[in-house]
Design a protein around this ligand. Structure first.
Ligand code: PLP
Length: 231
């Protein structure tokens, strides 16, 4: 089932890319495995997935340990944190995750920098932007993002790769388009203003219900859970 689901999603991504004239391999597919078992993660990996997303440090830690302790030990898996990170979990998070997608405060960025320094790591991160302005969502407002990035990009053990957003829940996928467009325009503005010395590439946006709209608006990383792990 998981294998079938993944090939269906890849097919949809391919068609979508064809339609808008983008190379298929420009889209990174992150399988979000929160609330799924290590066995399910292994099935996704066997079906060709190399990026796994989790939203809680504790849950991820258990899965990482389980999977790494087994024979075909998933060394090639890249682990992504996509959920909110509390500062008291950062020490563990920097030991597990290849990409922390949910940097949503300067205090959190400073703690990631501090804990990464201790283990001699440069931690790759994305800056989370609350494009819808909903109070239930984490992330910086689009207006403050450039200023925030100026500060965070001075931290020596953090490497900002791009931006992440979560669209609001809507009754038709098309309605998510303005939020994805906003994130892309923000990324382009950051690069145009040379806010950092390196160009930001990654736009992590789009989930089960809206990934095609996100890709049309420039997503190059989509985070998909239900469409991979559920019937
Ligand atoms: C759960 C989750 C996803 C995946 O959502 P689906 O709708 O199941 O595809 C993506 N991003 C984040 C931040 C999530 O928490």
């Amino acid at each position: 089932m998981i294998e079938d689901n993944i090939s269906k999603i890849r097919e949809r991504i391919s068609l979508n890319c064809l339609k808008i004239n983008r190379p298929v391999d420009s889209i990174r597919l992150v399988a979000v495995s929160k609330n799924r078992t290590p066995e399910q993660v292994k099935q996704a990996v066997a079906a060709g997935i190399s990026d796994i997303g989790e939203n809680k440090v504790q849950e991820a830690l258990a899965k990482v340990n389980k999977i790494r302790s087994q024979p075909d030990n998933g060394q090639r898996i890249k682990w992504h944190l996509v959920g909110h990170l509390q500062t008291n979990k950062v020490k563990q998070a920097v030991r597990i995750f290849d990409l922390i997608q949910s940097v949503d405060s300067i205090k959190l960025a400073e703690e990631i920098d501090k804990q990464s320094k201790k283990i001699n790591k440069i931690q790759d991160v994305l800056i989370e932007v609350n494009t819808s302005g909903e109070s239930s969502k984490y992330g910086f407002s689009p207006d403050e993002t450039i200023e925030v990035i100026r500060k965070i990009s001075n931290l020596s053990n953090i490497n900002i790769k791009g931006l992440m957003t979560i669209a609001p829940i809507v009754d038709a996928p098309e309605k998510t388009r303005p939020y994805f467009k906003m994130l892309r325009e923000l990324r382009d503005k950051i690069n145009e203003y040379r806010v950092s010395s390196i160009e930001y590439q990654v736009l992590s946006m789009g989930m089960t219900d809206d990934f095609e709209i996100a890709i049309e608006e420039g997503a190059n990383m989509v985070r998909i859970g239900r469409a991979i792990f559920e019937k």
